[in-house]
Design a protein around this ligand. Structure first.
Ligand SMILES: *Cc1c(COP(=O)(O)O)cnc(C)c1O
Length: 395
């Protein structure tokens, strides 16, 4: 009988790895799941063992069997050399950037980046002497023109937060590598299941585990994986700062890992069903979903991605603020709130013109971001249909 083991097995398909990776029942009396280890102190039998520094576990901040289980599984899934776990997705972004940047360095960040990533660059990193230039997410090979003597890294995010531009990651990575830069990617939307980051030229990949890995809107977690070149720097930076994840969150994320493939594929199916329906509504100007053939970056998405998840945006035809508020306030099944990747449907209004600096957002109508959960699609459509009724009444 083959048994789960912590050893990577490269011949297995991703679905099988999700079931097998990062657990070793023979080390835990046959119980299927790695239990929650809580702990700071790790005891050593002898002075010799303490001084040898070769114990698998040395102190709580450096890892426990629970943490190691998810690190190992994610490393295998992402095709990385190693992974560190942080208490939030944003902490994963910060540990990644701090691993590659130093005072005087220049950083290139896509104009479509997750807004708190911008805030990190514009405040803390700026204070430590790092300058950031934001670039057009659709820049492609043109990124080369922005690389200067002090440029150290380029951050991509595909599709873009809220606005869903799909970046040409392999082309940007090639141009960046030619000049010796590190390529970082926020890969939260696709996860490694739908976009294998390191295979596509990414050196350091970031995942907000808070989203699809957690899957239930009940925990915060970040995962940062690196290829062989950047792994030692990432691990060193993480150990120096000890921004470590909580044991219970890691345990829940390991549980989420086992069904990630199923949930993501269902999110894709549900998301496409609602997005397609929305695209046919007279109130909708455009649907920003990369898997729809009408999306301007659909060809890049088809080439590089293995699937889409359940998060996308919609630009409505111009409507008064109060009418949009009436539409959203009255929804029965869609919650209004940040984050996504859980089992429940969500919607948030947003305004890209408020924070873009390298590109101009030209759509005039109100923008809504949808996260489609696992409710019945007909029920969701009926809820939105009633919402459109309130929107139209307020026009
Ligand atoms: C949510 C999110 C993050 C941050 O994750 P938190 O756990 O909420 O800090 C980072 N990047 C993207 C793209 C996200 O959507």
């Amino acid at each position: 009988m083959t048994r789960p083991t912590n050893e990577p097995r490269p011949t297995l398909q991703a679905r099988t790895r999700l079931v097998q990776a990062g657990r070793n029942p023979s080390e835990q009396f046959g119980f299927v799941n790695t239990p929650i280890y809580r702990g700071s102190t790790v005891l050593y039998d002898t002075v010799a063992r303490l001084e040898s520094r070769d114990s698998p576990y040395t102190y709580g901040t450096k890892g426990t069997p629970t943490i190691r289980a998810l690190e190992t599984a994610w490393t295998e899934l992402a095709g990385a050399a190693g992974t560190v776990l942080t208490p939030s997705g944003l902490a994963a972004v910060s540990v990644a950037l701090l691993a590659v940047l130093g005072s005087g360095d220049h950083l290139l960040v896509t104009d479509s980046a997750y807004l708190p990533t911008r805030t990190l660059c514009d405040t803390v990193l700026k204070r430590f002497g790092v300058t950031t230039t934001y670039y057009d997410p659709r820049i492609g090979a043109g990124i080369a023109a922005l690389i200067g003597d002090r440029t150290r890294a380029v951050l991509v995010e595909a599709p873009g937060s809220q606005t869903f531009e799909v970046q040409d990651v392999p082309t940007i990575a090639d141009a960046a590598h030619e000049r010796g830069l590190c390529v970082l990617m926020d890969n939260t939307w696709a996860t490694p299941l739908f976009f294998p980051p390191h295979e596509r030229g990414v050196d350091i990949a970031i995942e907000a585990g808070t989203k699809y890995l957690a899957g239930h809107s009940d925990l915060l977690l970040g995962l940062t994986s690196a290829n062989a070149q950047f792994w030692p720097r990432l691990r060193e930076t993480f150990d120096a700062m000890a921004i470590c994840a909580g044991p219970e969150d890691v345990f829940l994320a390991l549980r989420g890992l086992r069904t990630l493939d199923l949930r993501l594929r269902e999110a894709e199916r549900q998301g496409l069903a609602v997005a397609t329906w929305l695209a046919g509504r007279p109130e909708v100007e455009t649907v920003l979903h990369p898997a729809l053939p009408t999306h301007p970056d659909h060809a890049i998405w088809s080439r590089d991605f293995l699937g889409s998840s359940g998060l996308f945006s919609v630009i409505l035809k111009p409507a008064p603020r109060a009418a949009v508020a009436a539409m959203l306030d009255g929804l029965q099944l869609f919650g209004m709130g940040y984050s996504w990747g859980g089992f429940e449907s969500l919607v948030v209004p947003f305004d890209p013109t408020a924070y873009r600096t390298a590109t101009r957002w030209s759509s005039v109508g109100p923008a809504l971001r949808f996260q489609i959960g696992f409710e019945d699609v007909g029920d969701l459509q009926a809820d939105l249909d009633a919402g459109f009724g309130r929107l139209n009444a307020g026009r």
